[in-house]
Design a protein around this ligand. Sequence first.
Ligand SMILES: [Mg+2]
Length: 407
Amino acid sequence: MDCLPNNSDNKTLKSLSSDRRLDSMDLKSNHTALVLADPAPLNKSTLRVSSGLLPYSGATLSQNLFLTVPTMKAGILDIRASNCLDSMESSSPPDKKSRDFNNDLESTDTDVAYCAWLLKYPSALASFDQITNPAKGKRIALFLDYDGTLSPIVDNPDCAFMSNDMRAAVKNVAQFFPTAIISGRSRDKVYEFVGLSELNYAGSHGMDIMGPVRQSFDDHSNCIRSTDNQGKEVNLFQPASEFLPMIDEVFNSLINNTKDIRGAKVENNKFCVSVHYRNVDEKDWTVVAQRVHDVIRNYPRLRLTHGRKVVEVRPVINWDKGKAVTFLLESLGLSNCEDVLPIYVGDDQTDEDAFKVLREGNCGYGILVSSVPKESNAFFSLKDPQEVMEFLKSLVVWKKTSTLCNK
Ligand SMILES: [Mg+2]
């Protein structure tokens, strides 16, 4: 079993309270924000499933099993940038390689904490029957995050390639189940990484969705007809399209403002901008927080969210990965949970919006990819992309077996 981070000399492993804090850390605007109504809300009455679908959740994790440690504070940061720094720290636990120096005693403690956490978020592999039993007679719809879910987190975000084995597993599973990738990357970039034309893609945290043509969406604002790479007619849904010039402007400002910070990398994800600090010395994280804040303080219609060693600048609109799941289910004709079981697999804070939609709709399962305990709206967990691949393969075997049995 992997060990949790050493808490003797660092500060970043937080638990439930810190995850909640992350949400509250987003810069708030008192300006009028563009708010889009959900074009295709899941009807709760169609989402209801029997209580037998709910996984075991009787065990709760004792607070003292989480490691909490003091956070570093910058001397000259203004308060909002300091909040940003807190979120950067709490969303970026130390890498596994830095945890390997833990001594045996601490490893034992952290193993206990991880095992206890698994009682609340059981492994999707160990609980495979609990997931597939309610899916009998239904179609499984699969939603997959990319970074940290299908690909390992790497130092250079431009090199977050998925393995050929993983690509084959995704291709295979998509033959049996409608499958969509929902990523914070630009849609073009994530398509470039995945390279499978049979999938549906949503980039920029769901703010750029390419899906099949549906007549019912023709009158939908922000939905336009386009063609995909194969020349097939598709619908493009881009609820933040009016923000494009602003995002480009902020991207250029962030490039300029962070160019002297060694290791900082700014990525234009079309409808959002990512500032990666994975390669920035930890003592300079305060500078990253301040520089990012210095730029976006001039843009009240933009906000910050936090991922694993990345700060993301996004439009303040009522749209997220959860809304994207709802939209895709509707546009794929899969919104009736009497017939469909959606499964969403992701590792990041932004994936919580999708987990929440499935949990609150009592429709389908979120699966959190994490090797450290953290509070989540997911029902199940997988430790790393390798386990995600095993889970995808298991789904294919299950489908083939159940099809044969029904013949
Ligand atoms: Mg991710």
